[in-house]
Design a protein around this ligand. Structure first.
Ligand SMILES: C[S@@+](CC[C@H](N)C(=O)[O-])C[C@H]1O[C@@H](n2cnc3c(N)ncnc32)[C@H](O)[C@@H]1O
Length: 357
């Protein structure tokens, strides 16, 4: 198996290098409208946004920011295959403009945008970030009625383009079975509140123009890719930032394209890709070890699993996990075209295989 990664220094509003119907899954996190760190980025792309913010018209500014994002959602729609999935990580914004405090519900607007394009809205995930300031309060403190709820969560919206994807050839069905996840992972991943993923360090190294990356955690992207695509698929992140989605795709045995407007992040993204095989191998090893632990605990409780996995030989809980295989990348390389390519160990030959008996 071979996968390929390409980063375009371009705008998400123009994905013309990508062919229509060439993407299986979009995983992304756009700049969040009405969150102050993105004001300038939005205003550069639509100068009226700056004027509206300056004039204290938050609702007007928010509407125009989402108007810009709509161009990106149009492009996602163009490049997605029928049955393809979209996962958008977005937070709502709480903000005071001219002493007028309110919530700007970004997730509602993004949902509406996809619904207007005919997408099926599927159950979303609340990503609850562990906080260092649980007693932080906004508004009138201990006095009613002007105190405000502290927001500590973000959304992961899950959408589907049209009817469910079909796996209608023997090869497509084989790839799907190989891409299965463990039963015990399913129980955590498909919960509607994710409590176990911490935020990621935001500091950007020297040469990037921004101070903060706004990156989402690798584990978050990796989980979504495993949940909503199969090995060999093509993933797109139209707001690629530091390249987290591309790294996660490499670890999951999927190809990926990233689009990022800020050229100063290209070097960060390249370094992240070069480090990806190493991260992928230790991440895979950790998954296999967790499964071994799960089996040991079950055994101790006197509950044996009924099936054996064909690649690793260990026990699994359900028939659907019998052909499960976790891709194990070898060192990747840059091609003359500027793509990063990765090759993988053959199922059953990687060193991690021996780690779990
Ligand atoms: C929330 S960050 C995404 C971070 C990314 N998920 C990561 O892990 O690094 C949003 C990104 O969108 C980029 N951006 C803003 N407007 C854009 C546009 N029109 N086209 C492409 N990228 C854009 C910003 O520069 C920023 O890097």
């Amino acid at each position: 198996m071979q996968t390929k990664y390409r980063i375009h220094h371009a705008s998400a509003f123009d994905t013309s290098p990508l062919a229509a119907g060439s993407v299986d899954l979009v995983v992304t996190s756009p700049p969040y409208p009405m969150v102050a760190m993105w004001d300038l980025v939005f205003a550069e792309q639509d100068p009226q946004i700056g004027d509206l913010l300056e004039g204290g018209d938050g609702e007007g500014a928010c509407a125009r920011m989402h108007g810009l994002l709509e161009h990106a959602w149009d492009e996602c729609d163009r490049v997605l295959k029928p049955g393809g999935m979209v996962c958008v990580n977005i937070g709502d914004a709480t903000r005071s403009l001219r002493d007028d405090f309110r919530l700007y519900s970004n997730h509602t607007r993004v949902l509406n945008a996809f619904q207007a394009r005919g997408y099926a809205v599927l159950p979303d995930i609340l990503w609850r970030k562990p906080t260092n300031a649980p007693n932080k309060f906004l508004g009138s403190g201990m006095l009613p009625v002007g105190a405000y709820v502290t927001y500590e969560h973000e959304y992961i919206l899950v959408l589907r383009k049209g009817p469910r994807r079909l796996f209608d050839s023997p090869e497509a069905r084989r790839r799907r079975r190989q891409s299965a996840f463990f039963w015990e992972e399913r129980n955590v991943w498909f919960s509607d509140v994710w409590l176990d993923i911490r935020g990621t360090p935001q500091h950007l190294p020297g040469q990037a123009e921004r101070q903060r990356s706004a990156a989402f955690p690798l584990e978050l992207a990796h989980r979504l890719i495993c949940m909503f695509s199969v090995q060999g698929d093509h993933i797109l992140d139209p707001f690629a930032g530091t390249g987290t989605t591309l790294v996660a795709a490499l670890a999951a045995g999927r190809s990926a394209t990233g689009i990022e407007r800020d050229g100063s992040l290209a070097a960060v993204c390249r370094r992240a890709l070069e480090a990806a095989p190493q991260w992928a191998r230790s991440h895979t090893q950790a998954r296999l070890e967790r499964h071994a632990q799960f089996l040991a605990e079950r055994e101790q409780a006197g509950r044996r699993v009924r099936y054996a996995n064909t690649c690793y030989g260990f026990g699994v809980t359900t028939r659907q996990e019998v052909d499960l295989w976790l891709p194990l990348p070898k060192q990747g390389q840059w091609t003359a075209d500027g793509d990063y390519e990765a090759e993988y160990e053959l199922p059953g030959t990687g060193p991690a295989t021996g780690a779990v008996s």
